[in-house]
Design a protein around this ligand. Structure first.
Ligand SMILES: Cc1cc2nc3c(=O)[nH]c(=O)nc-3n(C[C@H](O)[C@H](O)[C@H](O)COP(=O)(O)OP(=O)(O)OC[C@H]3O[C@@H](n4cnc5c(N)ncnc54)[C@H](O)[C@@H]3O)c2cc1C
Length: 449
């Protein structure tokens, strides 16, 4: 595998760095190119004064023992295991999330009257093509109109009917409604309501440095094994020799020859005509004199008159993210390149602070500073025709897409790590490991490598 030319990995997110780590450990020559000034990609962290902000809530949670072993090995004992506590804000009240049976019982009466029979007598899903059809068939029209419809339009900028059903497999079915709600008899449903058992999900979070600690550790491992990680180095495109990739051209004009290119940057950069697009996120990071109010790690806000779609409280992931006695909160606003929020993120800050106070998350008097940060390409947008568009991408031989933006899969970190481990072992990555519906095994746009 080793030759005079290195393997070039574009993107120092968890996928690119995991792959670099494994290739370098087995003696390969590796160069990682990262556009930003620091590693981690979507799992990077921002330090502002003594506060550490991740890109919204970020924690390790996986059912894949190989991935878990790798994560724990990299963190080398410097992590905490934390019980999950997430919330949803509905009509002026906080409810536990995933919606549990006892949580459903606390919904407004009109809502409850509709949604419980919906859940009991719902038809089994299958064969739906849009997100809207899937959610209605799985969770009922009441829950759909009460929460999913508005939240999804606010989050994606598209009506649910225009989103592919994969948006549900990726973003909703993975973790939204407590599995116990799937109780199939009235008896089971009542038992669950009267004697709810606690949700016992736990997750892993680095003890220091925010979620980016994982990536910094990987950078050190790659460098110790002889690899190179270059930040502030944006790949602009590929060098070609006929139909084959010969290397990478940087935006500075520098050219690097490569044996193989693993591409974890947005696939749209290699195929601007594909018609695929991503959703961006603006983070409003707020530092507080006092701990943030709220007993959750993150909370969803579906209502249209609230400017953000989710908040998270860094100290509930690790106390090391804030100075002693202080607090912080992060609000996420998703948007497209054309939106005012993206073009002028600072203009959002006063409205976000006002809304945070209105939902009881902070008191204005406690705010030390509030900073808006732009995170491009944070979610692949699954329009109805996205699969055809993805399949139409024809990459030159020698280019292998990986990671969330490279494969256009709505990965969590564990999926990106799993993809990278597979590629390092010379294996392809079937879509089934990611698709919770588990029916549809698809291959990536492949190239010879
Ligand atoms: C708000 C939010 C919350 C999340 N919460 C969780 C969570 O709790 N748990 C979880 O497991 N996952 C979570 N995720 C998903 C997780 O962040 C991603 O799955 C993971 O970080 C993706 O890693 P990656 O390496 O595949 O891609 P990325 O992180 O996107 O890495 C791609 C890298 O390529 C770089 N790049 C882009 N263009 C270029 C270029 N032209 N040249 C060079 N470099 C370039 C980027 O800067 C980036 O560093 C969350 C995501 C978001 C947006």
């Amino acid at each position: 595998m080793t030759g005079s030319k290195p393997d070039v990995i574009v993107g120092a997110g968890v996928a690119g760095l995991t792959l670099a780590d494994r290739l370098a450990a087995s003696g390969g020559r590796v160069v990682v190119l990262e556009r930003e000034n620091s590693p981690g990609g979507l799992a990077r962290s921002f330090r502002i004064d003594d506060f550490i902000f991740d890109i919204g809530p970020h924690r390790f949670h996986t059912s894949d023992s190989v991935v878990e072993e790798f994560v724990l090995e990299v963190l080398a004992g410097s992590y905490e295991v934390i019980p999950r506590a997430s919330s949803v804000y509905l009509r002026g009240r906080y409810h536990s999330w995933p919606l549990s049976l006892s949580g459903l019982a606390k919904l407004p009466l009109g809502m409850l009257i509709g949604s419980v029979p919906d859940l009991l007598f719902r038809r089994r899903g299958g064969g739906e093509s849009s997100f809207a059809d899937h959610i209605v068939s799985r969770y009922g029209r009441n829950l759909f109109s009460f929460f999913f419809e508005g939240y999804t339009a606010k989050f994606t900028g598209l009506p649910s009917e225009n989103l592919h059903v994969d948006w549900a497999a990726a973003g909703v079915d993975r973790a939204v409604i407590d599995k116990r709600v799937k109780a199939d008899s009235l008896n089971a449903l009542l038992r669950g309501m009267l004697f709810p058992s606690p949700v016992s999900t736990t997750f892993i979070y680095p003890s220091r440095g925010g979620i980016a600690d994982f990536s910094y550790r990987l950078v050190r491992r790659v460098e110790a094994a002889g690899g190179t990680v270059r930040t502030a180095s944006e790949a602009d495109g590929l060098l070609l020799e006929g139909a084959r990739m010969a290397g990478v051209r940087l935006s500075t004009g520098e050219e690097i020859e490569a044996q193989r290119v693993f591409w974890s940057a947005p696939i749209t950069r290699l195929s601007p005509g594909s018609g695929l697009s991503f959703i961006n996120t603006v983070l409003v990071c707020v530092a507080l004199r006092k701990p943030a109010r709220g007993d959750y790690q993150w909370c969803y806000f579906g209502e249209q008159d609230i400017s953000f779609s989710r908040t998270s409280i860094p100290a509930r992931f690790s106390a090391s993210t804030v100075p002693a006695g202080a607090g912080s909160i992060i609000a996420e606003i998703t948007c497209s390149n054309q939106d005012e929020a993206w073009r002028d993120p600072d203009s959002l800050v006063p409205r976000v602070l006002e809304d945070l106070e209105r939902v009881g998350a902070l008191r204005h008097a406690d705010v030390l500073f509030a900073r808006a940060l732009r995170v491009p390409e944070s979610y692949p947008l699954y329009t109805l025709d996205y699969r055809e568009r993805l399949d139409s991408i024809d990459l030159p031989a020698g280019v292998i897409p990986i990671g969330r933006c490279g494969t256009f899969w709505y990965n969590n970190m564990d999926h990106s790590i799993s993809q990278a481990l597979a590629r390092a072992g010379g294996r392809d990555i079937p879509r089934e490991f990611w698709n919770t519906r588990g029916k549809d095994v698809r291959e990536l746009p492949q190239s010879a490598h």
